[in-house]
Write a protein that binds this ligand. Structure first.
Ligand code: TPP
Ligand code: SF4
Ligand code: MG
Length: 351
């Protein structure tokens, strides 16, 4: 793969985070995506979120599948671990990595083709298992990389660039993720940085399976008037259920205390989510209400965005499996291979 590295030079007065890094330290190579692609805006939001959280870049493992969306990890967090896997297989590679080393922060980036078509089974199982990760689908309703075929999230009745009508009903990844057992589920729009950056920060802070469906218009194949994934449609039909801000367990990240109804939700790791609700009736911790609200708004043609479901007591797969605390690469040979006697004892316990 060829890619262009950005020059390291930057203005000496760029703001620094708690680690002394500037935003530039969280960037990657120069993007080769089409100008105006929503995916580039999501990369910028990821960079901003990691900068604001002062995450050490080498603590992040970014994984993806295949597609324009799955190319994007090259364009952010250049100093992080990265693995560009096979089409639709990111979730199982991420699960394996997370099981081998629980100390890294796992960020999975995928497309609607990657996750809702070929990788649907993988998507389902890593969410229901509670793998500790942030899983972002950059949802444009098409297979962008392979020139605009309908994906499984494309609207029924929508027309492709070539004028062909989609006859299949779409998969709503957000509703699926809630039903499957993800403990943090949000939806946003690539063009809404004010909402997306705090949502990504909250997902990164969440312990357990965090999923974000991010609508991301494909300017080459799916940004026309008939598509609900176009810039114009989302701007006109977006119903935001909450304004979200994150307060880390360690220190407060933002001082934005604008008026409005505020709800503080404590997460398992002690960090707090601050929700400023624009819709006073919306409770993200009520699973059944969240699902029916999503269905109602969808029937009315609205796209609900924001933090849609949260279980603050989310579990990590490691808790369920009772696995060793230490990353496997830090265990000694004797610990990894305790010998014949230990194996015989284990076998005997299973008879
Ligand atoms: C096993 C396999 N099947 C098919 C392909 C061809 N292919 C590459 S990307 C892609 C779809 C990508 O769509 P999506 O995940 O929505 O990403 P986007 O390009 O829209 O961001 C397909 C079908 C492949 N690379 N591997
Ligand atoms: S084809 Fe679509 S998804 Fe791919 S880079 Fe271009 S605008 Fe983005
Ligand atoms: Mg796509």
């Amino acid at each position: 793969m060829t890619y262009l590295i950005k020059p390291k030079l930057h203005h000496p007065k760029l703001p620094e985070n708690a680690l002394g890094y500037t935003r530039r330290d969280y960037e990657g190579a120069i993007s080769t995506l089409c100008a105006g692609c929503g995916h580039d805006s999501i990369s910028a939001a990821i960079i901003q979120a990691c900068f604001e959280l002062a995450i050490p870049p080498h603590r992040v493992a970014k994984l993806s599948g295949i597609g324009c969306s799955s190319k994007t990890p090259t364009y952010f967090l250049g100093a992080s671990h990265g693995f560009n896997s096979v089409h639709g297989r990111m979730p199982s590679v991420l699960t394996g990595a997370a099981l081998a080393n629980r100390d890294l922060i796992y960020l999975g980036v995928s497309g609607d083709g990657d996750s809702a078509s070929i990788g649907l089974g993988q998507f389902a199982h890593c969410l229901r298992r509670g793998v500790n990760m942030t899983y972002i689908v950059e949802n444009n309703g098409v297979y962008g990389l392979t020139k605009g075929q309908f994906s499984a999230t494309a609207d029924m009745g929508s027309k492709s660039k070539k004028g062909i009508r989609n006859e299949d009903s779409p998969i709503d990844l957000v509703s699926m993720a809630i039903l499957l057992g993800a403990t943090f589920v949000g939806r946003s729009f690539s063009g809404d940085k004010t909402q997306l950056v705090p949502l990504i920060k909250a997902a990164l802070e969440h312990r357990g399976a965090a999923f974000i469906d991010c609508i991301s218009p494909c300017v080459a194949f799916n940004n026309h008037p008939g598509s609900t994934k176009s810039y114009d449609y989302v701007r006109a039909h977006n119903e935001a259920v909450n304004y979200l801000d994150v307060i880390e367990g360690r220190e407060e990240i933002t001082a934005d205390y604008a008026p409005g109804t505020v709800e503080l939700v404590e997460q398992h790791d002690g960090s707090l989510l601050k929700l400023r609700k624009v819709d006073a009736g919306y409770d993200p911790t009520d699973k059944r209400a969240a699902i029916s609200y999503l269905q109602e708004q969808q029937a009315a043609g609205e796209i609900v965005t924001g933090l849609l479901y949260l279980d603050p007591e989310g579990e990590d797969l490691h808790d369920r499996l009772g696995t060793v605390q230490t990353p496997l690469n830090a265990l000694s040979d004797a610990e990894l291979c305790p010998g014949r006697a230990a194996l015989e004892k284990l076998n005997a316990s299973l008879r």
